[in-house]
Structure formats: C-alpha cells, structure tokens
Ligand binder design. Sequence first.
Ligand code: WQD
Length: 335
Amino acid sequence: MKKCVLVSGGAGFIGSHVTVELIESGYDVIVADNLSNSDLTCFEGVKKITGKEDIPFYKMDFCDEKATDDLFATNKIDAVIHFAGFKAVGESVAEPLKYYRNNLESFINVIESARRHGCRNILFSSSATVYGEPEKLPVTEESPRQSATSPYGNTKQMCEDILRDSVSAYSEIRGIALRYFNPVGAHPSALIGELPRGVPNNLVPFITQTAIGIRECLSVFGNDYPTPDGSCQRDFIDIVDLAKAHVCAVRRMIEDKMKKEYEIFNIGTGTPLSVMELITGFEKANNLKLNYKFAPRRPGDVVAIWADPTLAEKELGWKAERPIEETLASAWAWE
Ligand code: WQD
C-alpha cells in the first residue's frame, strides 16, 4: 500500500517542489493550501510534471481547527509536512500578531489532529534563521540557537519547540525539523518556481525580476561587511535538492529509522557564496548583465551563515547535488 503524505502549504514554492519529489518517489500526496500567498499555478505545474491529474487538493486554512481535524479524520495520512505559514520577515515586524497567530495556531492544529487520528510522523519546515548571527561557521545542528531578530524567525523557533515538547509528551507522534538555508532556483521543467507577490524580499527573485526588466536596478545591501568581497555570505541551496531532503526525511520516519523521537537536520550545501558571487554567477550562467548598485546594509541581516550538512548526509543519505550554475539557470528559465 502506498503511503500518504499531507503537504500543508503545498501550493507554495517549497511545497510544490516537495510534492513533485514525493510523487516521483512513489508516495500519495494530499495538497492543502489556503492560497493566501499563492495561486494554483504551481499546483497545475505539479500535475503536468508528474502526469498525475488527480492529486487531491483542499483549499483550506490550518488555523481552522475543525477543517484541519476533518482533513485528518477523512484521510489516512501517514506523515504530514507543514509548510503553511507566513514568511515575510519585514511584514512580521510590522504585524507580529498576524504572524504569531497564523504560524503557531496552524501548527498546533496540525499536531493535535495528527495525534488524534493516528498520523505519527510530523515534519516541520524550519530555517537557518534560528541560528541568528553564528559565532562559529559552518553551523552544525548543535550550534546554539540565538534570539530571533524578527517575529517570523521567532515563530520558527517556537514551532520547533512546540514540536519537540509535543513529541516528548505524546509517544504516539514523532518529529523532524529541517533547517533550510537559502532555497533558490526552480524545477528543471520551468513549470514550477517562486512566485513572489509584489516587490520580492529575497535576493534571487529580485535578481530575475531585474534581469527581465520588471525592476530597474538591484540593490546590493552592504559591501562593507567583514567578508572576502564585503557582501554577505549565504548557503544557497537548490530547491529540487531541498525537496529531495524531505523525501529522505519522510522515508526515515515512515520506515521507523529515527534514532530519537525528535530530530533536526541542516539542509544546505556546506559552501558559502557571497551576494556578489551569486550575482556574477547569475550573469555568467545566463550570459547577461545585471543592473545593480551598492546600497546600505539591510537591518537584521546576518553577515555570514552556511551549513555543516554532515549529519543530513550521514543520517538521511542526502546531500546537495545540483551545481549552482544550473540552479541559477533554472531560476532564469522560470522567470
Ligand atoms: C540574502 C542576501 C541580503 C535582496 C531570508 C529569511 C530566512 C529564509 C530565507 C524564508 C542578504 C542580500 C537581498 C536584495 C540584497 N526564510 N540582498 N539585495 O535574508 O538570508 O534569508 O530568506 O522564508 O529566514 O531571513 O535571504 O534572499 O532576503 O537575502 O543584497 O534585493 O542577499 O542583504 O545578504 P536571507 P535574502
């Protein structure tokens, strides 16, 4: 019997890529999304890529306790991957209660209903943001978490804690948190990718929109950082590689391979790339010139962060594979 995975927020950027990889690995997938920050473009793309027209889709909000419970009551769900949440750092500073209510309530409802209806396995989409400005690089899963610089980041930390405490109290569930570094790129089919609403906050969507002429000029936030070229350093992880990590984590849970009831894995490449290196990489990969200028530092940015992905390789059998040139070409093909 095929195992069934519920993907909350499955119409979004990461959720749609994960849905593809799960289906291609032989899982049944249920997609649920309230479409508050997405539309059906990527869901339609997922159907085309996988050739599967009958993927169940629920337009629903996980803050709705009853709708969440009904979903778990009427489907036999073996694992849930929780993506549904707000993700704009700046907006979270302006509207903290909106972020706390949405991101915490929806996850609590998911855990509660999973538990009630016999879904043992819960995977949470966390973020490298929980490490703050790290003292030692690269960061391992043992590196200390630091107080979050935004309500968004805080919800990631709080959701990790909610999952950790829940699995320790309720023996019928177990959990994995994947801490993503900077997910970029798009599916090689160019049928799914990132669809930012309004002005993008993140670097790569801003780059592609500048290249295509929607934005006039890219601002590089800071060229006076204590890094080799003065711009910030990040660990840019390909979205398809990232999606595959979820399949490995789900398999580990479903096949009873976890070593503790709550596990954390860094999902990154292990290689730092600066903002300037990414820009020149994008220009080279796509044979074009980007209009950019140096601008003041963006408040809240960490100087440098990249992953030690050793644990994910050892325990999940996963590592990043797609070369950055291909990732950046896929981002451009999608745009
Ligand atoms: C990367 C670098 C910017 C835009 C954030 C969240 C994190 C995660 C991913 C998402 C920084 C610079 C950016 C621009 C620039 N969560 N930059 N010009 O801040 O590392 O991580 O997104 O849901 O939790 O914090 O990613 O892509 O915004 O920025 O120079 O127009 O690019 O200053 O150094 P970040 P980012």
